[in-house]
Design a protein around this ligand. Structure first.
Ligand code: ADP
Ligand code: ADP
Ligand code: ZN
Length: 215
């Protein structure tokens, strides 16, 4: 299964990715996670990406495309993958199309999670992530059992710098300008299914499974 999770920041892509990778036994490729890991380890890539993430801007296409292309060549992606947060521009989508073609493979579905702007801000402000394992929580909608401590690994749970209101709003604007055109791009290829992301986490998961039944 070759899937893309499309949707604005804080729509619930990472949350849903967790269920999907367990069900389909495919790796999750989250470009945001890759950048954050590199920033934490202060690698050259991390140093280059940091100011973009801090400002809520997109990392340049060439950089992102090279990383994803490399990742997709790895053995564990041969039977499928779940892209979370990539592609985010038409240029990235076209690059992906090219290298899948070279590989003789193609996408099965693009799942577009739709959530209204006000909800996205509410989710951003309340989102907390584990610094150690990356697990995602929400202060109201998916709280940790013990405050500030990750349920799955015991790591420290913090707020992402780019989830503060101003940057969260900026990222939605960037999404609308740069990423939303991908909805039409994939619709015209008959790959898109749009899911109502305002439902509970479990209801969204069920809707996605339903949409993938014949994929
Ligand atoms: P994305 O990967 O699209 O940026 P996340 O999966 O990190 O989004 O979710 C953003 C925030 O919203 C997190 O705090 C998460 O716990 C919460 N969340 C995700 N899906 C739902 C949902 N269906 N209802 C309520 N809160 C949700
Ligand atoms: P969210 O789903 O909440 O928007 P991500 O973790 O996917 O957050 O992305 C965080 C940041 O990482 C983005 O604001 C951007 O700076 C960078 N980033 C992630 N994926 C891409 C991409 N495909 N192209 C450009 N920048 C990206
Ligand atoms: Zn953890």
């Amino acid at each position: 299964m070759r899937l893309i999770l499309l949707g604005p920041p804080n729509a619930g892509k990472g949350t849903q990715a967790q269920s999907l990778i367990n069900k389909y036994h495919i790796p999750q490729i989250s470009t945001g996670d890759i950048f954050r890991a590199n920033i934490k380890q202060e690698t050259p890539l991390g140093k280059e990406a940091k100011s973009y993430l801090d400002q809520g801007l997109l990392v340049p296409d060439e950089l992102v495309v090279a990383i994803v292309q490399d990742r997709l060549k790895q053995e564990d992606c041969q039977k499928g993958f779940l892209l979370d947060g990539f592609p985010r521009t038409v240029v990235q989508a076209e690059a992906l199309e090219r290298f899948l073609k070279e590989d003789g493979s193609a996408l099965n579905r693009v799942i577009n999670i739709h959530v209204a702007r006000e909800t996205l801000i509410e989710r951003a402000i309340g989102r907390r992530v584990c610094q150690r394992c990356g697990a995602t929580y929400h202060v109201a909608f998916k709280p940790t059992a013990a405050e500030g401590i990750c349920d799955s690994c015991g790591g420290e749970v913090i707020q992402r710098k780019d989830d503060q209101r101003e940057t969260a709003e900026k990222r939605i604007q960037v999404y609308e300008n740069e990423t939303a055109p991908l909805i039409e791009f994939y619709q015209s290829q008959n790959l898109l299914v749009t899911i109502d992301g305002e439902q509970s986490i479990e209801a969204v998961t069920t809707a996605i499974y339903e949409a993938l039944k014949d994929a």
